[in-house]
Write a protein that binds this ligand. Structure first.
Ligand code: GLP
Length: 264
């Protein structure tokens, strides 16, 4: 069990700083495994919200090895992924469906119909209804027990991009289609062959994220030092979606490495 080098209490959250990303990933995986075991023991099901990106890859690798060693069953687990590009084929290796298959779903005993990722193939005029339906599925499953979150360089959570909405409105943003901001498209331009070829996206809302019983935010590396500091120390504003997590005091744990903590 990896122990944090230090723990800070900031903005109603516990911030665990680990010596490096490997230790942080181990701790995050142990925390997720613990949440799965306790929710399954308590109510027969664990509902876990999952993130993609480079950050959680080592976390998923650790969950797979725990499973292979016989220490973690996914039999009672239901998952909801935070986001997906739209349009995109699930067979496209850049899709988050393909990512989840590669890093977790293909390697554990999760029931195929319990692993939910937005359908990147729905027609554009059906995307809003599909996203709303995703939100209703989450609610019908009793909400999210543990939400795993990364944070974008512009502090987006899921694909809830910075916006100039007043905070009360931003806190209520539901599952929906979204146009990615230029700085986000710039980051993915190489992968998609140009900024204007980066698709739109579907995202779980700020409202569903904040309703999770527990929220685990992962941030590793120096490119995350700025969004981490703005989320925890800057103004509470929808221009910094990470700061909206302060609306869930006592339920948010940040698991970060030293490099991501340098501006705190
Ligand atoms: C991506 C994803 C997010 C992710 C974040 C950080 O755009 N949509 O869900 O948390 O940005 O990604 P990374 O871990 O690769 O830095």
């Amino acid at each position: 069990m990896a122990e944090p080098a230090r723990v800070l209490e900031l903005a109603g959250a516990s911030v665990q700083v680990f010596e490096n990303a490997d230790h942080a990933a181990l701790a995050a995986a142990d925390r997720i495994a613990g949440a799965i075991r306790s929710a399954v023991a308590r109510k027969g099901q664990a509902v876990i919200g999952l993130a993609t990106g480079a950050t959680p890859e080592a976390v998923y690798a650790r969950l797979v090895s725990l499973h292979r060693a016989g220490g973690l069953s996914f039999a009672g687990v239901t998952t909801y992924n935070l986001d997906e590009y739209h349009p995109i084929s699930p067979h496209d290796p850049r899709s988050y469906r393909a990512y989840m298959h590669r890093h977790l779903l293909a390697h554990v005993n999760i029931a195929a119909d319990r692993a939910h990722v937005f359908d990147g193939t729905v027609p554009r005029d059906a995307a809003a209804e599909h996203a709303a339906q995703f939100g209703r599925w989450i609610a019908a499953d009793g909400g999210i027990d543990l939400q795993v979150l990364g944070i974008g360089r512009n502090a987006h959570i899921g694909f809830n991009e910075p916006t100039d909405l007043p905070v009360p409105e931003a806190l209520n943003l539901p599952c929906r289609p979204i146009t990615l901001r230029p700085e986000t498209r710039a980051l993915y331009a190489v992968e998609f062959g140009g900024e204007d070829r980066v698709p739109r996206a579907l995202t779980v809302g700020v409202a569903e994220i904040l309703a999770a019983r527990e929220i685990l935010v992962l941030a590793f590396g120096e490119t995350k030092a700025d969004p981490v500091a703005r989320s925890l120390l800057g103004p509470l504003t929808a221009e910094c979606p990470g700061s909206l997590l302060r609306a869930a005091p006592g339920r948010v744990t940040w698991i970060i490495d030293e490099a991501a903590s340098t501006s705190l």
